[in-house]
Design a protein around this ligand. Structure first.
Ligand SMILES: Nc1nc2c(ncn2[C@@H]2O[C@H](COP(=O)(O)OP(=O)(O)O)[C@@H](O)[C@H]2O)c(=O)[nH]1
Ligand SMILES: [Mg+2]
Length: 356
């Protein structure tokens, strides 16, 4: 396997803050060519969950549970998760099907803890890749204590899509509500969403996930419908996944920002090394494409394409970690990974039950 390596690192180490929450050092980019790749350890998910500060699990009585966020692609599910948790946890792009795994974000308030599960959009595409994502959404539905169907108030979707959403939400065995999203948009029309809610026999709430407005009544509904019980996670936690997971997602999000057409959907990202003990933190990330021709496109002329990904992803990762980062990006080919169950499972995608 041929491998290309590209590194980006902080240009001015001395300027780094201990916790650059909103201002990361400016991007300086170095490009290195070639080099051998090591796969000697895979620490995937070996680190503790992302959290604001460390704490011990609380014993506060109250309500707690998992809340499913489900809907058609582009409805605003990931934007809503981020608004509910108050952090950028889930990838948001104007393009469909960028969330591929459930992303859990935690909101803890006095007496209630909600673990929101952002899921891939509901689609009926026979390709294994899309079926994998639908299986992920269905799996999350099975675990939910409450569900929010997110609908795009500016675009009702086709009759087939609406039926699919109805079927999907109709199979929830828990209290549910609809969030009719994008109320800030001039083309917002709550009509079709309201009709869907009536058909399902659930309440509808008009919201704007982008502006984080209208969330109060939705949250009140969820709070009163969650099971009584102790909190599931420490109060300060905002996510259940490891830092590595978010590093991977930030690189993937950047590929979506920088590339058009099929490239982003063909890229699987894997964190190969994460050396927190070093300053800057050393992170090696592999980007797998499906075909040799895509490798050339991702790398770009003279490495410009992949360097741009590194330059844009690195400040996001530095913001997440609050540390300076040396980011090594490696581009590799895994022929047809989205079409094989070995490829899907190697990158953590769910393999639908009927072909597992
Ligand atoms: N105007 C407006 N746009 C939104 C809102 N919520 C999401 N969007 C946009 O809709 C697109 C899809 O959002 P995303 O959260 O990725 O949708 P998902 O596919 O359901 O996860 C993105 O371009 C968002 O910026 C909203 O409340 N108002
Ligand atoms: Mg999404």
């Amino acid at each position: 396997m041929t491998v290309d390596c590209f590194s980006t690192h902080s240009a001015s180490p001395d300027e780094a803050e201990t916790r650059p929450r909103h201002s990361a050092p400016s991007a300086g980019v170095a490009w290195e060519d070639g080099g051998a790749q090591r796969f000697d350890h895979d620490l995937m998910d070996a680190e503790p969950a992302a959290h604001r500060t460390s704490s011990t699990a609380p014993a506060e009585p109250g309500r707690a549970g998992y809340v499913l966020l489900a809907g058609l692609p582009n409805a605003g599910k990931s934007t809503l998760l981020n608004a509910l948790v108050g952090e950028h946890l889930s990838i948001v792009t104007p393009r469909a099907q960028t969330t591929w795994q459930r992303v859990a974000g935690i909101r803890t308030e006095a007496g209630a803890q909600m673990v929101f599960l952002d899921t891939p959009g509901i689609v009926t595409n026979p390709r294994l890749f899309h079926r994998s994502m639908l299986a992920e959404a269905e799996g999350a539905r099975g675990e939910a204590d409450a569900a929010v169907g997110v609908v795009d108030g500016t675009s009702p979707g086709s009759p087939e899509q609406r039926q699919m959403l109805l079927d999907f939400l109709g199979r929830c065995r828990c209290p549910a509500a609809l969030a009719v999203n994008k109320a800030d948009h001039r083309r917002f029309d709550p009509g079709p969403g309201g009709e869907l809610a009536r058909t399902l026999g659930v309440p509808a709430f008009g919201i704007s996930a982008r502006k984080a407005s209208g969330l109060g009544p939705l949250l009140a509904f969820l709070r009163s419908n969650l099971p009584e019980g102790p909190f599931l996670y420490p109060e300060d936690d905002i996510a259940t996944a490891s830092t590595r997971y978010f590093v991977r997602e930030l690189v993937r999000e950047t590929v979506f920002e920088n590339f058009r057409q099929e490239i982003p959907y063909s890229v699987a990202v894997r964190v190969e090394e994460f050396r927190e003990g070093e300053d800057p933190v050393y992170i090696a990330v592999s980007l797998y494409v499906e075909r040799k021709s895509q490798k050339g496109m991702l790398i770009g002329k003279g490495g410009a394409g992949i360097r741009a990904v590194g330059a844009r992803a690195r400040p996001k990762i530095e913001h997440l970690l609050g540390r300076r980062v040396y980011l090594d990006l490696w581009v590799k080919v895994w022929q047809g990974w989205t079409r094989s169950k070995e490829g899907l499972s190697a990158f953590g995608y769910r393999v639908p039950d009927d072909i597992a």
